[in-house]
Design a protein around this ligand. Structure first.
Ligand code: GLP
Length: 252
């Protein structure tokens, strides 16, 4: 496991984008696994800059997002802050600024009529694409990957997951509150890739910044492997793993 500690969030973002960009240059038709949340925003900004200034080419890149809130779908007619779907997040933070093809983007559909079937379909799509070459991950305040809340099986696959109070609180503070959306209106369920699905990615980059993440970062990379901290499954991965932290997130 390579653990890289950067001075601050800007440096972390530049470094992480650099890793992703070199991967794309080596394998222009690579399959990327992408994450949402506030942590990857800087990385996506940097990738957009590299696309604009250095011609970083996404035309053959395929992407799979980790998760989506259940009952929520992208609605471009609404202002961004009122559309809290992860599909909109990806569109605004990355996809609309780069030359990725629409047909190469996969995000779980929060409006699916048959969630179970959809989850199976998502797994099959990942397989059909040849698996995920490089998975970018953040880490939730309770140590989760994607929406694999504490107690999720480390062998879990793409499925519906109920969100914990802590995750609802965290995501309310980071996103919903700023948009003036009432906490009661937040979706309480999500479609998420499982820990087992994530572990099949050939390479993993996990990023975290800020003092709030220091405890779960330490537990996930040095503590016991436990379904109570699903990111601790990182220790089970046999491929190339890079953890990129700022000084605060690395402090414990
Ligand atoms: C959500 C996402 C995760 C993300 C986490 C942390 O729960 N489903 O994929 O890692 O938030 O978000 P943030 O980066 O805002 O701390």
């Amino acid at each position: 496991m390579n653990i890289i500690v950067k001075d601050n969030y800007a440096e972390l973002s530049k470094y992480t984008a650099g890793l992703i960009a070199s991967f794309i240059k080596k394998k222009p038709d690579c399959v990327l696994g992408l994450a949402t949340g506030s942590t990857p925003i800087g990385t996506y900004k940097e990738l957009v800059r590299m696309h604009r200034e250095d011609g970083l080419d996404f035309s053959n890149v395929k992407t799979f997002n980790l998760d989506e809130y259940l009952g929520v779908g992208i609605n471009l007619e609404q202002p961004y802050e009122l559309d809290q779907s992860y599909a909109r997040f990806m569109y605004e933070e990355l996809f609309k600024h780069i030359n990725i093809k629409k047909e190469n983007i996969r995000i779980p559909d929060g409006l699916t009529k048959d969630p179970e079937k959809h989850c199976q379909w998502y797994e099959e799509e990942i397989k059909k694409a040849g698996g995920i070459d490089l998975q970018l991950l953040g880490i939730g305040g309770d140590g989760h990957w994607a929406f694999n809340e504490p107690g999720s099986s480390l062998a879990s696959r793409t499925r519906i997951q109920a969100l914990t109070k802590q995750t609802l609180d965290d995501n309310y503070e980071s996103f919903y509150k700023k948009a003036g959306i009432a906490r009661e209106q937040m979706p309480h369920f999500a479609i998420t890739m499982g820990v087992g699905t994530i572990l099949e990615a050939k390479n993993i980059i996990m990023i975290a910044n800020g003092i709030k993440k220091a405890g779960v970062v330490a537990k996930s990379i040095e503590g016991p492997i436990t379904s109570q901290i699903t990111a601790s499954a990182i220790q089970l991965h046999s491929g190339e793993i890079t953890v990129v932290l700022d000084k605060e997130a690395a402090s414990k």
